[in-house]
Design a binder for this molecule. Sequence first.
Ligand code: PMP
Length: 426
Amino acid sequence: PVMVSAPDLPATYNAAGFDQVVMKTYGRLQLAVERGEGCYLWDSSGKKYLDFCAGIATCCLGHANSRLIEAISKQIRTVHHVSNLYYIPNQGELASKLVATSCHDKVFFCNSGAEANEAAIKLARKYGHTVLGADVPVVITALQSFHGRTLGTITATGQTKYQKNFGPLVPGFEYVPYNDVEALEALVKKINGGGPLSGLRRKKRKVAAILLEPLQGEGGITPSTKEFFQAARRLCDETGALLMADEVQTGMGRTGKFWGYQQHGVEVDVLTTAKALGGGVPIGAMMCKDACNVFQPGDHASTYGGNPLACAAGLAVMDAFEQDKLLENVQARGDQLRKGLDAMAARLGKGVVKEVRGWGLIVGVELSADTTFLAADVGAALLEAGMLTVAAGPKVVRLVPPLVVTKDQIDGALATLEAVLVKLGA
Ligand code: PMP
């Protein structure tokens, strides 16, 4: 492990000041961001950082983006919040732009990824009860998945570290190893098969939905195989269950296609997204096809969901896709990044880099099991070298820059990362 000498932070940010009043739910790095522009951030001492974290794949247009500034400034001067008791014109506009990008018909707006997944889980349960005739609708998720931090979504999350000490968890979830087609087939059969069961299981259990990330983000930048995703589609078609994609991290162009599910060549019934949807302004969305839209007035709601300010941000992001060729940039810069990382990995050897994975601008560098350092150590050394990243598990360095990242910035990031890995591995 490396020791990092952090720059001294102003009094309000030091441990005594900040941590005294803000709950310590994060292991924070010694960095207080003061301002940003494009793919750069500056700390309170004036030090500049190349931002390959982007608020964890959120600030897709970078920082202080003029489209975002103009859109939300104009909106806040006009009307910033009303209520979903009324029609919100720009919410309708954003919804129509979103459905035009996907195979879905309807959008429900909320404020975060976890909330979007809660909406999807509720939709799946109601679908299970009312359409499939289940007494106990079951949602299948994958091991190593991540779906959020609410009680429902930590239960959906297939990693016990997020659930520990928060039980009792929400009933009605089952887990399958990611990319294991046979295990998924067997699990669906077991749940739907019935048989002589006791207790809760005497009631009719039925798979209501299979919820998957098209590529696992927090789980280590692990893409689903086409075979697995397509098997999930087939099993849903055979049983009437809904295939639901959690695109909170993979959505909005991050993978080089507008939606991650499009990488797998099949449609999904339900999709959730957040993060990049507002370019850093809180907004989430759950989209579904008309055929599975069982929500009626009163079924689900959110005070802030789809407020005019958040929708103005969402529309600014959509404008950037339409007018600034953002998707083309993700594809070109993503290729450049992955090619550069493959070449770097070859130079450093298997003793340092085990694998480079990902699509578009969501890329993971898995360190060899033999390295004495972890992804967090690489992150700390990069911070010192003026570059921000975020780990995805103990051994995976995640690179998720703003989607507006330039060729020179990718070159700069590659050089900085290689220098840091050489230094740590020496
Ligand atoms: N799903 C996925 C795939 C995510 O990556 C995240 C956040 N990392 C979430 C859900 C939760 O999103 P939020 O923090 O906005 O609730």
